[in-house]
Ligand binder design. Structure first.
Ligand SMILES: NC(=O)c1cnc(N)c2cc(Br)sc12
Length: 317
């Protein structure tokens, strides 16, 4: 086969595998069998070994990185990763709503599930994934690029060649958590207390192969400086994330009043056990970027968002 055809065939294989990856890990609707998927991957790896000059960094074969790292490099976040102020009851939420309306008048909120995982920042250049970092202290985090590459729902190449930074939450699905603890129990190892601790312990592994075995997942929930990309609201930015090929959380809802917010909270507090992942509350954000700008932020957290925390569950001993 002429070299040009080899290069073309490898590009086609990468595209096909990433498409099937998206269907399986983002849409949860695979259109081919695992065996067919594995055969495509085997073929790609075979060609990459035979023609290394055509191997590309965004190749799906590069998801499980190389050798373990000695340590994690530090990353300074160009835009600090702020945390959310908390609301613990209806009164706190009504106070938040009152303050917001006093400052910006009529307002629309976006409610989203608060994923019980670890916040990460992901940078893409011309559509290629280039860096993943933990929140750290909000200004300086750790470079966990090789580890987040193992998360199958994280696209290595976006549908548009954009340079963008997005924020999301890495989490361990309950099923992965239970499987991991069963395995640790069999090996006589200490068990993880909950999926969040298991996700944190997994992301801190210096060996990407161990991270890959932990089957982590990620929900992406924000675009840094989205207003500079021409979006007017958070809900528009979330739709853009879907278009780019990210996995976002589909339970989000626009709420016109605080009473709608309270109904959303009640519904998901009741239904959370049915979710295949842990949530520890609800995030409520002012949807309009212009109003977010008017409300601004304190050094620690935005004044246009709040996290309602579910009451701690009584632990049945
Ligand atoms: N959807 C969201 O914005 C969201 C979901 N889950 C979380 N743990 C967090 C944390 C921050 Br900070 S935002 C956010």
């Amino acid at each position: 086969m002429a070299l040009h055809d080899v290069e073309k065939q490898m590009a086609q294989l990468r595209q096909q595998i990433e498409k099937y990856n998206y269907e399986y890990y983002v849409l949860d609707k695979p259109s081919i069998s695992d065996a067919e998927y594995d055969e495509l991957m085997r073929r790609l790896i075979e060609l990459e070994e035979q023609y290394p000059q055509y191997k590309t960094p965004d190749s799906p074969s590069q998801r499980v990185g190389g050798a373990p790292l000695e340590s994690f490099a530090k990353v300074t976040h160009r835009v600090p990763m702020l945390s959310l102020s908390n609301a613990f009851n209806e009164g706190d939420l009504r106070d938040f709503d009152r303050r917001v309306r006093q400052e910006v008048g009529d307002v629309r909120y976006v409610c989203e599930l608060k994923i019980d995982g670890l916040a990460v920042s992901l940078r893409y250049e011309n559509g290629y994934f280039v860096q993943g970092a933990t929140r750290g202290d909000g200004t300086t985090g750790e470079d966990i690029t090789e580890n987040v590459k193992t998360i199958r729902s994280l696209p290595l190449r976006l549908r548009e060649q954009v340079t963008i930074e997005v924020r999301g939450e890495v989490y361990m699905p309950r099923q992965s958590f239970e499987k991991l603890n069963e395995q640790r129990k069999r090996n006589g190892e200490e068990l993880f207390a909950n999926p969040r601790n298991a996700a944190a312990g997994s992301l801190r592994q210096l060996d990407p192969k161990i991270v890959a075995s932990r089957q982590l997942d990620i929900f992406v929930y924000g675009v840094v400086h989205a207003e500079e990309l021409g979006f007017n609201s958070h809900s528009e930015a979330l739709r853009y994330l879907d278009e780019l090929g990210f996995k976002t959380n589909c339970a989000r809802q626009v709420c016109e009043t605080i009473d709608d917010v309270l109904s959303y909270i009640e519904r998901w507090h009741a239904e959370r056990e049915k979710l295949p992942y842990d949530i520890d509350g609800i995030v409520i954000k002012v949807d309009s970027f212009a109003q977010q700008k008017q409300l601004g932020a304190t050094a620690k957290s935005p004044r246009w968002a709040i996290a309602y925390k579910f009451p701690a569950e009584e632990v049945v001993t």
